[in-house]
Design a protein around this ligand. Structure first.
Ligand code: ASC
Length: 151
C-alpha cells in the first residue's frame, strides 16, 4: 500500500515538474494554456518592472517573490506550442514557430536563463542589480515577440 502511494505520488510529482509532458485535449486548450501562462507571467514581471522603472516603491521582498514566480512560469508556455496548435483559438502566434522550431526553442531557453538571473538578482536586494536583470529579461521577451508574435 505504501509502495503504491509512493508510486502515485512520484507520478503526480513528475506530471507537475515536467510541463513538457502536459497533454491537451484539444488545440484550443493548448493555446489557452500558453496564453494564460504568458499573461500571468507578464503580470508578475510587470510588478518588477514598475519597481525597476521607479513607478512603484522598491520592495525587495515583493521583487523576490515576483521574480521567483516569473522564473517558474517561464518554464510553462512552451508545452502549449505543440504540433497542430497553430490554430484552434484566436492567437497572435506566427506560423514560423512551427517551422523554425530550433530557433523558437533557443529564444524560449534564453528567456528561461534570464529569468533565473532575474530571480538571483532579486535575492541580492540590490535595486541596481534588479534593474539590470529586468532589462535583460525584457530583451529576451521582446526577441521572441519581434520574431514570432503578430502585432
Ligand atoms: C513586459 C511584458 C512583456 C515584456 C515585453 C518586453 O512587461 O508583459 O511582454 O515586458 O514588453 O519587451
Amino acid at each position: 500500500m505504501k509502495a503504491l502511494a509512493a508510486v502515485a505520488l512520484s507520478l503526480a510529482a513528475a506530471a507537475y515538474a515536467v510541463p513538457a509532458a502536459a497533454q491537451f485535449e484539444k488545440a484550443e486548450d493548448a493555446i489557452k494554456y500558453r496564453q494564460s501562462a504568458l499573461f500571468v507571467m507578464g503580470q508578475h514581471f510587470g510588478r518588477i518592472g514598475a519597481m525597476a522603472n521607479g513607478k512603484a516603491p522598491f520592495d525587495a521582498k515583493a521583487a523576490q517573490e515576483n521574480a521567483d514566480i516569473v522564473a517558474q512560469l517561464a518554464k510553462l508556455p512552451w508545452a502549449g506550442f505543440g504540433p497542430g496548435t497553430d490554430k484552434g483559438r484566436e492567437t497572435r502566434a506566427k506560423p514560423e514557430i512551427w517551422t523554425e522550431h530550433a530557433k523558437f526553442r533557443e529564444l524560449a531557453d534564453n528567456l528561461g536563463a534570464e529569468t533565473v538571473k532575474l530571480a538571483a538578482a532579486a535575492k541580492t536586494g540590490d535595486l541596481g542589480k534588479l534593474k539590470a536583470a529586468f532589462g535583460e529579461t525584457a530583451k529576451s521577451c521582446k526577441a521572441c515577440h519581434d520574431n514570432y508574435r503578430n502585432k
